[in-house]
Write a protein that binds this ligand. Sequence first.
Ligand code: FE
Length: 242
Amino acid sequence: MFFRQLFDDESKTYTYLIANPNTKEAVLVDPVLEQVERDRNLLQELGFKLRYCLETHIHADHITATAKLRELTGCLGVLPEKAQVTRADKFIRDGEKLLIGSILIQAIATPGHTDSHMAYQVNDVSEAAPKELRVLTGDALLIRGCGRTDFQGGDAGILFDSVTQRLFTLPEETLVYPAHDYRGCTVSTIEEEKRWNPRFTGRDRARFIKIMTNLELPEPQKMMEAIPANVHCGNIAFPEIW
Ligand code: FE
């Protein structure tokens, strides 16, 4: 399996390029509009054909590149079930799989940061592949943190349940790849986060809700342009409907 973590410095967003080197089919998870040229060049250089743009959730901090990449490459835009968006090509529900040859991407419903958030397990199920388990955690679980829960249908109690019941029950060696990092970290494991994530370690549900309720974070700088565009898969020609 080809697996590459890419970074947008302005929004601190990680985009993931996952591809099957045999079939040359590729998926981009959480692509960022300002990085379309970077991603398109990389796809061309490596000889990959983009099949899907897959979103973990409707983002508030950047505009997705899904609409632009669909226009340029003919890929399909895949959004979590229940996401209130127009112009998605496909919705993915809890437990549903996308297959790129032997690479299996399976959705895990992890609401709480937003009401329709999905994490994705990514595994190469071919016999010859090394048994490396990966999960793209979106903004549900960040390295030593988690996404905020104060807008977009967010709910701290539901996020606590998603992380502790759905993500922390994955095999401990599973590599954790988040949608953002603000401190220079790139990857963690389920074991590490269970042990060292200050939002969850030693916290019960009530205490977690209290912490999340008192964060008092400023709104993301791009929120007023990002959400209206992202409900149309990043098609900025349709912002007026929101
Ligand atoms: Fe987010």
